[in-house]
Ligand binder design. Sequence first.
Ligand code: 3HC
Length: 692
Amino acid sequence: MTEINSVTRLERDGDVALVILNSPPVNALSANVRDGLSEGFKQAIASDAKAIVLICDGRTFIAGADITEFGGAMKGASLPEVQATMENSPKPVVAAIHGTALGGGLEVALCAHYRVAVPTARLGLPEVNLGLLPGAGGTQRLPRIAGVEKALEMMTSGRHAPAKEALAMGLVDEIVEEGKLREGAVGFARKLVAEGKPLVKVRDNNAKLEAAKGHPEIFADFRKANARKFRGFLAPEYNIRCVEAAVNSASFDEGLAVERKLFMELMTGPQSAAQRYYFFAERTAAKIPDVPDDTPLREIKKVGVLGAGTMGGGISMNFANVGIPVTIVEVKQDALERGLTTIRKNYERSRGAKPEETEARMSRLTGSLELEALADCDLIIEAVFERMDIKKDVFTRLDKIAKPGAILASNTSYLNVDEIASVTSRPQDVIGLHFFSPANVMKLLEIIRGEKTAKDVIATSMKLAKQIGKIAVLAGVCPGFIGNRMLSQRQREANKLVLEGAMPWDIDRVLYDFGFPMGPFAMSDLAGLDIGWVKENSKGETLRDVLCEMDRRGQKTGAGFYDYDENRTAKPSPVTEKIINDFIAKSGRNPRKISDEEILERCIFPMINEGVKILEEGKAIRASDIDVVWVNGYGWPVYRGGPMFYGDQIGGPAKVLAKMQEFQGAMGDDFKPSARLEKLAADGGKFADLNK
Ligand code: 3HC
């Protein structure tokens, strides 16, 4: 064994040399790893070994470039140098893959002459998710090996293909037994030598590109089919252009030059900066400073859910999906049955649903009309009506029924978790688990820490969130927590703008163009304008009251803020416009022309200011947690990083403060800047400083 450097060693197994990387956690291609590879391969080539295997210790093969190095000066051996050494090796090079071969990791593997993988390995080029494209030849090699269509699909989705699929597309040459990667790879390498197999260089393999030559429609069709998905993002289009270059360039190197140029453009641009930031933001959100990683967890073997409505049903599905049995309690038999039927339909409707899988999941759900059925549950989540008196009643009763140590959670989206906890004899076991609708789909879980919530209850909830595929963010008790508290700022301004002369569709268009999937008014129409509206109490005082009174309750009634045709396509409504104009006339004001810029700033800047307040009050741990909430729960475009990151990108606290002050002068205290914002601006700071 030769130690090459701190993360690389060279070993021998008979006539096969092994270059072994050990750079936890994911063997990312840091300067050290590149140096180790460069030197390791040089020594292996110079030795009397007949073949070389590249393999990694730890949980995974190389999972990509080291993202922390991006944006700074590159040190050490360059990746193209390492790749050329491997590809030009006079002896066969075999990449042995377990875990994930991603991005630069797969690009390195594609410079080996052959690849073997264990069945659980996954391979992909996920750079698009970082606002990038594969910058180490992946855009030129993947279409050569897998074909143009497959390459387009994999590169623009960033999907990780399982080993079996990788084998079928030629990305992997052989699957070896799980747990026996080293033996399998060495055996494979020996066989190559014994059979005198050629040294395959993917770069020279043009057959699959030839098939796409003269067919520009492949790209046009792909762009068209995915236009909605790619809207606003630069990286998917740049990935497509690289594959086009692979097909249309006169040589591999010419295609590579296009890749290099477009890669650098993305790397230095704002979208990738935002998406790289976001990658780490999401992982940082899992870290709670005063709840250590080794906090003992409570065991959650059985979950109880109160309420079989949309929310309760969706919540239950999350647990059934990962093998945890759920007891769902409803008040009435028909509501329970309706809930369970809806869950079944949701399963059956989901893509690729296998009947046996649906049955297995349904078999984990038990319905009951008795609260006592929750007595043996380790976690009980209530998803009943959003009213404090009802929540208190539920928790009083749960306190009597739940077993000692059970976690009692409320799915409230707004209410005071401490007040809810106060009716129990065990406030330390009470926590908020705010799921977003549809709860089986939406990634975000706001976890609300009460004043007395125990640390192991927090740690268990965070871990459970990961288990059910959610991204959890810890928030403190305040009205609306992080997400809805900031949303109400935007909603207030949107409503005010309408009464000043902007039409709902103007506001929606501005926010849609910003990158949200839809604006607040289209959203209201989708959700139903009558949520929380009570006919008997309605006095036509607000635009919503009037619309609901006219039975314009949103998409479901064919009209709301917008008019809808039979395909539910929205059109600006002259009826709504007239109602708005009547309201304005009644107020004695004149409607004014409001610029798109003002609409955007008035909707977004008070949100950022509120975010600062949330941090000031200690209701969020760090600014990046707020961004994670907004990207995952409210459709904030990830290529803009989140409201706090965006605030820095457009000029930082000084700019946001100046605008808030300007608006405050003109329109009053809805725009009152937070003290912390004023201080940040005075200190010349950034919102990112609030991460510390
Ligand atoms: N660079 C630096 N750090 C990385 C990293 C990378 N490429 N990938 C993961 N990490 C870090 C994470 O930040 C995390 O650190 P922490 O423990 O301090 O929070 C740790 O490794 C473990 O990561 P996860 O928590 O994400 O672990 P999982 O087991 O859930 O997932 C993974 C593992 C699937 C490899 C996931 O980390 C991942 O998707 N990583 C990114 C892969 C990627 O995007 N690769 C392409 C990079 S760009 C590139 O290669 C450019 C090239 O074309 C030139």
